[in-house]
Design a binder for this molecule. Structure first.
Ligand SMILES: C[S@@+](CC[C@H](N)C(=O)[O-])C[C@H]1O[C@@H](n2cnc3c(N)ncnc32)[C@H](O)[C@@H]1O
Length: 335
């Protein structure tokens, strides 16, 4: 790899490790915290779900605002997030139930806890800061580590399995569909060529292969491997499948007046949430030429955010991760 290419990664000093104690230094700064929790509108006596606990930042705010007796059910598919949020939410005692799992399985988790309905659900998608800062998890193209990218370590396939085993066409499809990467075909070809020489096992090895596909000038604003890493992460964790299934599963679980708020970080996620809310906010779907409604479909949701809420310049300055965030929320209508 020519070291004169300004797109090439400067390998960041690896100053974190998986065995680092669970201290606030690696704690995620919650995005759109006030806006999201305002929309959930927690109150005492309410039952709330945070389906993506992370380090528990949004969850703690929901608990504070539903004092003294609001309940929070928190889920995360990542074991480390569960440990972090157990620590950060310990002060709330038996007001908190933490379960490891995918939020798409929320109906089973709620019935296991004997809750039928809830008053609010928050999903704050994507990965946590500690995922990106821990080289061993393989999410970052700037920190060298094994090419893993699983949030749930029991999932069968890592990103290395995908890049080493999928056909070139299948790889290109993933990069195009989940990364909206315009050079998907060329990147898939470069991966195919590189893996014929030796297996691709590390994050920086993959990032360098992707970088080699891009012309060195003009230098890009974002790292050339950004969309490839995004696409592989989405594929490894079936993130879009979980989101479509999860949003559909959550809506029937909301009490009348209950709210769902979702923070997304790219257009593929945002589109799924927007479409799901719009479909549930629509009444009759009969063809316009029918004189009377035959479908009987009634709106189930009222949309609370049109357009979606985005972070202001102050928040983006403080927390660049908020740059691409979009918050959409909706309220369950009475039956
Ligand atoms: C952006 S972070 C959430 C940060 C959190 N709101 C906070 O304030 O600390 C996203 C978290 O969601 C988890 N996650 C992503 N997809 C998930 C899914 N389908 N089911 C459960 N957890 C998921 C990730 O493991 C990660 O910890």
């Amino acid at each position: 790899m020519g070291s004169k290419n300004p797109n090439e990664i400067t390998r960041a000093k690896q100053n974190t490790s998986y065995s680092e104690p669970l201290t606030p230094s690696l704690v995620h700064t919650p995005v759109l915290l006030k806006e999201a929790v305002d929309l959930i509108a927690p109150r005492s006596g309410g039952v709330y779900v945070d389906g993506t606990l992370g380090a528990g930042g949004h969850a703690a705010e929901i608990l504070k605002r539903s004092s003294p007796d609001g309940i929070l059910i928190g889920m995360d598919q990542d074991a480390e997030a569960i440990e972090r949020s157990k620590l950060s939410l310990a002060a709330y005692g038996d007001r908190v139930h933490i379960r490891r799992g995918n939020y798409r399985d929320l109906p089973q988790v709620l019935s296991g806890l004997r809750y039928e309905k809830v008053d609010g659900v928050l999903l704050d998608l994507g990965v946590s800061w500690f995922h990106l800062k821990t080289p061993e998890r393989g999410f970052s193209f700037q920190l060298d580590g094994p090419l893993d990218m699983r949030m749930d370590m029991s999932r069968p396939q890592t990103a290395a399995d995908l890049v080493n085993n999928l056909s070139r066409n299948e790889l290109a499809r993933i990069l195009r569909e989940f990364g909206e990467e315009r050079k998907a075909g060329a990147i898939a070809r470069a991966i195919e060529k590189a893996r014929a020489r030796r297996p691709i096992t590390s994050t920086v090895q993959l990032a360098d292969i992707v970088t080699s596909v891009f012309p060195p000038y003009p230098p890009r604003r974002t790292h050339p491997a950004t969309l490839t890493f995004q696409a592989l992460r989405i594929a490894v964790n079936d993130e879009l499948g979980a989101l479509s299934e999860g949003v559909s599963a959550v809506i029937p679980l909301l009490s009348p007046g209950g709210r769902i708020a979702v923070i997304t970080f790219h257009s593929l996620e945002d589109r799924i949430v927007k479409r799901a809310f719009t479909a549930e906010a629509r009444g009759c779907i009969c063809p316009p030429k029918l004189p009377v409604c035959a479908c009987g479909k009634k709106p189930v949701l009222k949309i609370l955010t049109q357009p979606p809420i985005i972070a202001g310049p102050d928040e983006v300055d403080r927390n660049p991760a908020a740059r691409s965030a979009k918050l959409r929320a909706a309220e369950k209508l009475p039956d």
